[in-house]
Ligand binder design. Structure first.
Ligand SMILES: Nc1nc2c(ncn2[C@@H]2O[C@H](COP(=O)(O)OP(=O)(O)OP(=O)(O)O)[C@@H](O)[C@H]2O)c(=O)[nH]1
Ligand SMILES: [Mg+2]
Length: 449
């Protein structure tokens, strides 16, 4: 059901004209301006705004004063009057001065894409962590845009949602905002500390962590729900999920993992938001495996995948083990299906098909436990056993008469650092690095106590 959103001053519902400026520079980006504008319509509707009309201007570059050309401002004014609009939403980020000038000229509320996304986040935030992060993002966005003029400030801060920084905070001056930002950062450090402790506990217990990432609306929460019966919010809307949810799940071989669903990404995700959501997004950086969920049926599939790749890069999580989960294949035609890459790092699924989900869990298992080696170590070689623990995670051990069998998930880097001296004790030696087998360092070291 559509939410009714009131602005900070009263009970007026937002009726908006959406405006996009297409400049030469923007033409070079991956997303077409039409798609971007359609996405802006979805974002506005998600925020509870009634979209009256959309408007596009093609222009060499943005106007520093008005953003769009002065003539277009006049046209927009007429359109707003005619349709009874009280808000103009721009598909790009505006400067504080542009917002003020447009407000003066049009006498309606001016919102840009960044602020709209921040508003949706503010409406969605439920947990303490989410609320802190959104407030931090909003204030970081607001600070450089303050003009010191009461009316404009209140409009800037007000946004669309009732849960913007809040009316009382609109009175805050720069100094107070800076202080509040420091305070929020301090509180978020606490959150990070708690999360780290949680993760470390899981790590100690040998539980793998798997993070679901992807463009908003790709089906991340659906996959988590279908796999774990988790009571998570699934909705055909942008940014349905804001706060991370973790659920444990047993892989086909019996190994327990924890899967975390988190906030979706979107093109031009506000930088302040990514920075503020570090605590939440750290789950992705710390995961043993990242599942990149893709809406395969989207015409913008590859562009969306690129956005996700870029955000992962920004977070420093791009080098993680990854499986691309091409979701929603039930909505794809044969031609679309053919275009999806098929390799060992990707799985095609429909989140509502159990057989597909089972294949997904096997793929996860393969990725997590794939590089598992078994070693037979003489029972009296405590030194070698100690080394085993240094090259990876010992998953299982079994006593034989005079030796011990260890199943280890080997970390390639640590194994290399150890000089491969354990290779002589490996049961299946097919994966032994060749340069080492040749120079024989393994055998030399083994007898060197
Ligand atoms: N047909 C079809 N619909 C799907 C599939 N997976 C998810 N959906 C639908 O896609 C919509 C979005 O799903 P969510 O799971 O909320 O997506 P999300 O990635 O968590 O989205 P955000 O939390 O907004 O980032 C919902 O309406 C789901 O029912 C699928 O495999 N096939
Ligand atoms: Mg979700």
């Amino acid at each position: 059901m559509k939410q009714t959103i009131h602005d900070v001053e009263g009970t007026m519902e937002e009726k908006a004209v959406l405006v996009s400026l297409v400049t030469n520079e923007l033409k070079r980006t991956d997303f077409s301006s039409e798609y971007s504008l359609q996405e802006l319509v979805n974002l506005a509707e998600t925020a509870g705004v009634e979209v009256l009309e959309t408007m596009v201007q093609n222009k060499e570059s943005a106007d520093t004063k008005w953003f769009i050309g002065k003539g277009k401002v006049e046209e927009l004014k007429m359109m707003l009057t005619e349709l009874g609009g009280n808000t103009a939403i721009f598909d790009q980020e505006l400067s504080g001065a542009q917002v003020r000038n447009l407000e003066e000229a049009l006498d309606v509320k001016i919102i840009d894409r960044t602020q709209l996304i921040l508003d949706i986040f503010a409406q969605r935030a439920k947990t303490r962590e989410g609320i802190l992060q959104v407030e931090l993002a909003q204030l970081s966005y607001l600070l450089p845009r303050l003009s010191g003029q009461g009316k404009n400030l209140s409009r800037l801060g007000g946004g669309i949602g009732t849960r913007g920084p809040g009316e009382s905070k609109l009175e805050m001056d720069r100094r107070h905002i800076r202080e509040r930002i420091s305070e929020l950062k301090r509180q978020l450090q606490e959150v990070v500390r708690h999360r780290t402790l949680h993760r470390e506990r899981r790590k100690k217990a040998g539980i793998f962590q798997v993070a679901l990432v992807g463009y908003t609306n790709a089906g991340k929460s659906t996959i988590l729900r279908q796999l774990t019966n988790a009571d998570v919010y699934v909705e055909n809307q942008l940014f349905a999920t804001l706060d991370p949810t973790s659920r444990s799940l047993e892989l086909p071989g019996g190994k327990e993992i924890v899967m975390t669903d988190t906030v979706g990404f979107i093109q031009n995700l506000p930088h302040d938001l990514v920075a503020a959501f570090r605590a939440t997004l750290e789950e992705v950086c710390e995961a043993d495996l990242v599942l990149h969920v893709v809406d395969s049926s989207s015409p913008m599939r590859s562009e969306q995948m690129k956005v996700v790749g870029d955000v992962l890069q920004e977070l420093g999580a791009h080098g993680k083990e990854q499986i691309t989960v091409f979701n929603k294949i039930d909505l794809c035609g044969a031609a679309e299906l053919e275009m999806l890459t098929a390799d060992s790092d990707s799985v095609r699924v429909s989140a509502y098909n159990n057989a597909d989900l089972e294949r997904l869990t096997f793929a996860i298992q393969e990725k997590l436990l794939g590089d598992t080696k078994t070693f037979r170590i003489p029972a009296d070689r405590g030194d070698l056993i100690a080394k085993l623990y240094r090259i990876g995670d010992v998953l299982e051990q079994e006593a034989e008469e005079e030796s011990l069998l260890f199943k280890v998930r080997v970390n390639a880097d640590d194994y290399a650092k150890s000089g491969y001296m354990l290779t002589a004790y490996e049961l299946d030696r097919t994966a032994v690095p060749s340069q080492n087998a040749e120079d024989g360092t393994g055998t030399v070291e083994v007898f060197d106590r």
